[in-house]
Design a protein around this ligand. Sequence first.
Ligand code: CTP
Length: 481
Amino acid sequence: MASLTIRKLDDAVKAYLRLRSAQNRRSVEEEVRVILRDLIEGHEVPLTAFAAPPAPAPTSQRASAVPEASVTLIIGGGIAAYKSLDLIRRLKERRVEVRCVLTKAAQQFVTPLAVSALSHERVYTDLFDPQSEFDAGHIRLARDCDLIVVAPATADLMAKMANGHADDLASAILLATNRKVLLAPAMNPLMWSNAATRRNVAQLQRDGVVLIGPNSGEMAEAGEAGVGRMSEAIEIAAAAERLLRPPVPRPLAGKRVLITAGPTHEPIDPVRYIANRSSGKQGFAIAAAARAAGAEVVLVSGPVDLDDPQDVTVKHVESARDMLDQVQAALPADIAIFAAAVADWRVANAGEQKLKKTAAGMPPLELVENPDILATISKLTDKRPPLVIGFAAETEHLIDNAKSKLARKGCDWIVANDVSPATGVMGGDSNTVHLISRKDGEMAVDSWPVMTKEQVAIELVAHIAKSVTGGVTGKSAETAS
Ligand code: CTP
């Protein structure tokens, strides 16, 4: 019979099975078996539940009800096995489903009943258990989980693992797994320092196994102390959590990023204005990506129809002059990215009242140039951000125009994009950009394939992170080269 791989099921079915098995205090596999047996025997099975999983509980209840990850916990035979009972509880507090395997020796220290009561699952002890092995139970225990934890990992269990033995359920699981394995060694200090254990530990580390502890302290044996005490349950649970949910890299943590986005509206009178087709999507996506990379982000946005990105300080402005004011107020910054499509001109004589049609014909609109925000900030001497990035929105001679913009405005990098109507960039969701930077006195052009604006943002932030963490930013790069 082919084995059933729970991991490959739909999320909804998985969540239903997990909930149902938790309610019935059975393992997920056992629950599936019960369902199949009931079907074959003609008993009524609430199969409608597969089509419509139970309504999700409120978040507060859901946190404890539906596990988010699963661990196979192998309990080895040592006095530290009692700590594994606490470990089960600590893992479950972290919304981790725990299925336990007890070696023969472990059963001398903790009972399957106690482990089962704490894990709310049946406990596995025997490689040749007819109940679980009829569909290769040890393979499922090895793979239908996100992580295998061995606590306590005895010297014997580690030796078996380092040498690829598989003569009992625990070692067979460890040999058959393709999941990460976390070992919490526990043994007498002399066993820990023994050359054979040292060799085995080194081999296991080469094999990619992760170790937590052992700690040093008093041993169970009277009068003995040294390195060999198993780590505390809370330390092992924290190490398991780091492997299950690795911390998201935050390369821009501690950096302040200033971004402009969207169009500006330049009033003609109280009801009319000059604007452009910018949607603000690219600048907003950069703000979200920079925030996700750990930066403190200030976004100065012209009028757009977008929700403010989470955890970003957003300053909403109308005109180019308001935008400049807010940008200056937001300094100092480590990185400034000017993605706004700022109106180049404003009406010098904007009407205080709505302009009326008159017999004299169209009112004369006198235009004056707006301040160039990018150029102003790039040319600051005191508060200039170390990395200043502009955008070049062009409809022809893209690279040449962008290169001369970079030189003229004095920024460090420029992101050139073709905004001709045929490209659909203005207001659209994708963008094809070329990142132009100064390298060894020349301008280097890095052309990216067509991407969504979110992907462009993530890629740009990755380049910024590399540049900033590598200690090479715009101005310093120039002086260094
Ligand atoms: N920019 C700015 N302030 C302005 C005009 C532009 O900060 N008054 C910034 C934009 O945010 C962008 C860069 O300058 O980062 C280039 O903008 P773009 O519209 O491509 O060019 P312009 O400077 O307006 O020049 P032109 O219209 O001649 O292409």
